[in-house]
Design a protein around this ligand. Structure first.
Ligand code: FMN
Length: 317
C-alpha cells in the first residue's frame, strides 16, 4: 500500500517534512499545504520557499494549488515545472468559509460546469501531471457520483478522496462506504479520512482489498511513526518523539524564527501530540500556556519526564 502525508496548513511545512522524512521514513509522498495564487498567478514568497527543492531534500513532494481558474493554475504549474516538479495537486476540498465563498477548494464542487471547464483547460495545457484532492460534495454524498463523472473525463494522475462533504468540515463521521464509487476510476484513487491507528488502517484495507493508496493527516501529526508502524515496523517511542520535537524546534530557531513565533508553531503540534499522553492533561496545559522559550522548554521536559507516552493512543478530538 502506498502511503502519503496529507497537506496540513500551519504544520507540515518544509522543515517538518524534512525532519519527519529523515526520522520516520515510510511515507511515499508528502503534499505541501496549498499555494493560493491570485488571478495574475502571484503568490506568497513563503509558499515558494516551502517548495524550493533545496528545502525539501530527502522528501518526495507534490505541491498543491488552491485555485479555480486555469490561467493562474497553469502559470504557477509552469514555475513548479521549472523547479523540477512533475506533478501538481489541485485542492478541491478545503472547507473554509472564505475559500468556499470564492468557489475555491470544496467550493469548486458546487458548480460542476465550472469545474469541468477549469479541468478541461488545465488538462489541455498543463505540462505537469495533475492530481486532485476532493471531497464527496458540498452538502450531501449523493453529489459524489456526478463529481466523479467530471473527473473521469480527464487523465488525472491520481484522485485523493477525503470521505466527507464540505459541510462536515473535519468533524462529521467519515463516509467510508461512499469511497467505493471511486474505485472503478481509470486512474489511481487514494483514500483519506480518519485513519488514526493500525486498526483503522487494517479495517480499511480489509474493506477495500484493491485499494492502492492511503493519505494520513491528523493521525500522522499526532503519531509521526504511524507510517513505519503500518509497514510492520516498531511503534513510536517517547525518546523518538522528544528527539523529533527538539530537532524541529532547533530548526525553526536556526531558520531565524523568533521564539515568540517558534513557540506558537510548536504548540500547534501539541494540539495533536498531546493525545499520546492520556495522563498528561496538567503537563499539557503547562506547555500550551508557556509564553517564553525557557518556560516552553521546561514544560516540554516535564511532560516527557513525568508522563508515559502511550503509543497506542490516537488522535481523538
Ligand atoms: C489544520 C489543517 C490544515 C489542513 N491543510 C490542508 C491543505 O493545505 N490542503 C489540503 O488539501 N488539505 C488540508 N487539510 C486537510 C487534510 O489534508 C486531510 O484531508 C484531513 O485532515 C483529513 O485527513 P485525516 O483525517 O487523516 O486528518 C488540512 C487539515 C487540517 C486539520
Amino acid at each position: 500500500m502506498e502511503l502519503s502525508f496529507a497537506p496540513m496548513e500551519g504544520i507540515t511545512y518544509s522543515a517538518y517534512r524534512r525532519i519527519h522524512a529523515a526520522m520516520f521514513p515510510g511515507a511515499d509522498r508528502y503534499y505541501a499545504p496549498f499555494i493560493a495564487p491570485d488571478s495574475a498567478g502571484r503568490f506568497k514568497a513563503g509558499n515558494l520557499r516551502d517548495v524550493l527543492p533545496e528545502n525539501n531534500v530527502g522528501v518526495c513532494l507534490v505541491p498543491q494549488l488552491l485555485c479555480n481558474d486555469a490561467a493562474p493554475f497553469l502559470s504557477v504549474a509552469a514555475e513548479l515545472g521549472d523547479l523540477g516538479y512533475e506533478e501538481v495537486n489541485l485542492n478541491a476540498g478545503c472547507p473554509s468559509g472564505t475559500v468556499v465563498a470564492k468557489h475555491k477548494g470544496a467550493g469548486m464542487l458546487g458548480d460542476l460546469e465550472s469545474l469541468d471547464a477549469c479541468l478541461e483547460e488545465i488538462f489541455a495545457r498543463c505540462p505537469l501531471r495533475v492530481s486532485v484532492k476532493t471531497r464527496l460534495g458540498l452538502h450531501d454524498a449523493g453529489e459524489f457520483s456526478a463529481i466523479l463523472d467530471v473527473y473521469r473525463k480527464y487523465p488525472l494522475s491520481r484522485l485523493i478522496v477525503h470521505v466527507r462533504v464540505r459541510d462536515g468540515m473535519y468533524k462529521s463521521p467519515p463516509d467510508v462506504g461512499a469511497f467505493a464509487a471511486a474505485l472503478d476510476c481509470p486512474f489511481p484513487v487514494e483514500y483519506n479520512g480518519n485513519i488514526f491507528s493500525a486498526d483503522d488502517f487494517t479495517a480499511l484495507a480489509a474493506r477495500y482489498p484493491s485499494l492502492g493508496a492511503v493519505m494520513l493527516g491528523r493521525g500522522a501529526v499526532t503519531n509521526p511513526a504511524l507510517f513505519r508502524q503500518f509497514r510492520g515496523g516498531e511503534k513510536l517511542r517517547s525518546e523518538e518523539l522528544r528527539a523529533f520535537h527538539d530537532r524541529l524546534l532547533e530548526e525553526y530557531l536556526a531558520q531565524g524564527l523568533a521564539p515568540q513565533h517558534a513557540v506558537p508553531r510548536m504548540k500547534e503540534l501539541w494540539f495533536y501530540q498531546l493525545c499520546l499522553f492520556p495522563g498528561g492533561a496538567k503537563a499539557g496545559k503547562a506547555i500550551l500556556k508557556a509564553r517564553s522559550l525557557p518556560d516552553y522548554r521546561a514544560a516540554v521536559s516535564a511532560l516527557f519526564a513525568n508522563v508515559p507516552l502511550d503509543a497506542d493512543a490516537k488522535f481523538d478530538k
